[in-house]
Ligand binder design. Structure first.
Ligand SMILES: [Fe+2]
Ligand SMILES: [Fe+2]
Length: 176
């Protein structure tokens, strides 16, 4: 595999785990604030990000590369308000999108066709992530973070559960 792409994919494994840690910090913040629904949502978001890391891990493994576990940055853990948490989460997702846009360019420039489908999956996933986080930030802005609106969002987020991914934390064995 192209060395630059390999390096970026290894770095992305660490970034996805860092994302998981950020969302776990956010889950803890919400739970402490008594917003257990938002805490639940962020807890499952953390699992989803761990799945993303494993999806890249499995891809490198399949391509005959040895995935490297790089250091994980300490996650952000200072939040001023409910709004601040969601705005920081949206900003973080936009940063992640930029990483995949750059990796897609590296893959295209170096004819790394075998990584296209995997990278395209993440590009599509990032469209979804920005839409989801952006929608939550919009709702909070529109309601001016009024307590009844926040409580209603909190209740809706209490229902989020675990949805496993192909190539995620729990290998499905589909490709065998
Ligand atoms: Fe992710
Ligand atoms: Fe994400």
């Amino acid at each position: 595999m192209n060395k630059e792409l390999l390096q970026r994919l290894n770095e992305q494994i660490a970034l996805e785990i860092e994302s998981a840690h950020i969302y776990l910090e956010m889950a803890g913040y919400f739970n402490e604030e008594g917003l257990d629904g938002m805490g639940n949502w962020m807890y499952y978001q953390h699992l989803e990000e761990m799945n993303h890391a494993m999806k890249i891990w499995h891809h490198l493994d399949e391509r005959g590369e040895r995935p490297k576990m790089l250091g994980i940055n300490k996650p952000m853990d200072e939040f001023e308000s409910v709004m601040d948490v969601w705005e920081k989460a949206l900003e973080h997702e936009k940063f992640i999108t930029k990483q995949f846009d750059e990796m897609m360019k590296i893959a295209m420039d170096n004819q790394e066709y075998k990584s296209f489908t995997m990278l395209q999956w993440f590009v599509d996933e990032q469209v979804e992530e920005e839409d989801t986080f952006g929608g939550i930030v919009d709702k909070l802005r529109w309601s001016d973070c009024a307590k009844p609106a926040v409580m209603q969002m909190n209740a809706a987020m209490a229902t989020r559960g675990y949805s496993p991914l192909p190539d995620g934390l729990i290998p499905t064995g589909e490709e065998e």
